[in-house]
Write a protein that binds this ligand. Structure first.
Ligand SMILES: [Zn+2]
Length: 65
């Protein structure tokens, strides 16, 4: 496997090839897969899915007192 190689996804609705847009956000690469045909967008982080649950756990901790 090569680093930085983004695989083409296919739209879950129309199965066309989706457009890949890679962005650097806070030194972390995020890839946006977009279907221009039916306006479907999916975000992808290199570590897997974006760790939203971790953020929520931190918020819950600070609010727990
Ligand atoms: Zn589509």
């Amino acid at each position: 496997m090569e680093d930085g190689l983004v695989q083409t996804r296919h739209c879950p609705k129309c199965t066309r090839a989706m457009i890949n847009i890679t962005l650097d956000i806070d030194e972390a690469k995020r890839t946006l897969h977009s279907c221009s045909h039916c306006d479907v967008r999916e975000w992808e982080a290199p570590t897997g899915s974006i760790n939203l649950k971790g953020v929520l756990d931190e918020l819950a901790d600070s609010a727990g007192h």
